[in-house]
Design a protein around this ligand. Structure first.
Ligand code: UTP
Length: 300
């Protein structure tokens, strides 16, 4: 429809949550640093932003989050030790994370909810549309989602959220969208959002997952949004207002994602992600699959 929108270049990654579902592991370590096979979960997320062309990344951090900054910075001591050993493969692995994107950090102070974390990005983002990627939601790199969302935002303006169909008994775990179809089979128009509804009250089985492309008007709404469910300032509440009144910041569309996604903030899904990704790895997969097959046959 229009090309008048500036090209989206900024990604915001909220990673200031307390990660209580992973205690005690997250007592002194951010949950985003927990390894998924041999890379911290957060590196997959920054790689995803960079491969969608968003190379300006603002991470929202908080207490205990220093390792996040260190991970995306150079480590000269380690680099020179590996250089001396002539270990080029491992040297490349160490350097990879510091070369991905231009990283910026802001501290949330009090983790008052995802909406509040996103609001902390306002001074950095300014007046451009921007992407939000949740640090504990992992989208398989073979199923690109963010690039499609950026494309839909450039076509329609406004904001774009990522949706996934879930079983009715799962919808109470998510934000849920009331939608209308559009001519594109993977795109819907969102006209209402409800945070964690019961199956009976849910307007659909479209669950909101952790990728967003947002119009900057969301900041004006977040500034006025009162704490909602759980005493936290909810991003869904602000998006609900955007969806209800197109005049504020344009329409809200949803991209329906049918690819592979892992919620690494949940212990069960975290374990499934590791097993699945390890099985598919060229270097580890063959041995690991053989072991897993015999373990499952013998133990189950
Ligand atoms: P979660 O709902 O998973 O919360 O936040 P959490 O605190 O990290 O984890 P649990 O439930 O206590 O185990 C979703 C995303 O929003 C970020 C989190 O870091 C996570 O990436 N978040 C949440 C913030 O940045 N700030 C907040 O105040 C809340």
């Amino acid at each position: 429809m229009t090309q008048a929108h500036p090209r989206i270049s900024k990604a915001v990654i909220p990673a200031a949550g307390l990660g209580t579902r992973f205690l005690p592991a997250t007592k002194a370590t951010p949950k985003e640093m927990l390894p998924v096979v041999d890379k911290p979960a957060i590196q997959y997320v920054v790689e995803e932003a960079a491969s969608a062309g968003l190379d300006d990344v603002l991470m929202i951090t908080g207490r205990n989050k220093r390792p996040l900054e260190d991970h995306f910075d150079r480590n000269y001591e380690l680099e020179s030790a590996l250089q001396k050993k002539g270990d080029a493969d491992r040297l490349a692995k160490v350097q990879e994370s510091s070369d991905l994107a231009t990283m910026h950090y802001v501290r949330q102070g009090d983790p008052k909810g995802l909406g509040h974390a996103v609001l902390c990005a306002a001074p950095h983002v300014g007046h451009e549309p921007f992407a939000v990627l949740l640090g504990d939601d992992l989208i398989d790199p073979r199923d690109p989602l963010l690039a499609r969302m950026v494309q839909v935002q450039e076509q329609h303006g406004g904001s774009v959220i990522a949706l996934m169909e879930v079983a009715p008994e799962q919808i109470h775990l998510y934000g849920c969208a009331a939608v209308d179809a559009t001519p594109d089979s993977d795109v819907v128009k969102v006209h209402d959002l409800v945070e964690k509804p019961s199956a009976a009250d849910a307007p659909s089985n479209y669950a909101i997952i952790g990728r967003y492309v947002l119009d900057p008007h969301v900041f004006d709404i977040l500034r006025k949004t009162e704490p909602g469910r759980g005493g936290e300032i909810q991003l869904t509440d602000a998006l609900q207002q955007l969806a209800a009144d197109e005049k504020i910041g344009g329409p809200v569309h949803g991209v329906v994602f049918k690819g592979r996604r892992y919620d690494t903030g949940d212990r069960g899904d975290y374990l499934r992600a590791i097993v699945q990704l390890a099985c598919e790895r060229e270097d580890l997969g063959p041995d690991f699959r053989t072991w897993l097959r015999s373990y499952v046959t013998e133990e189950m």
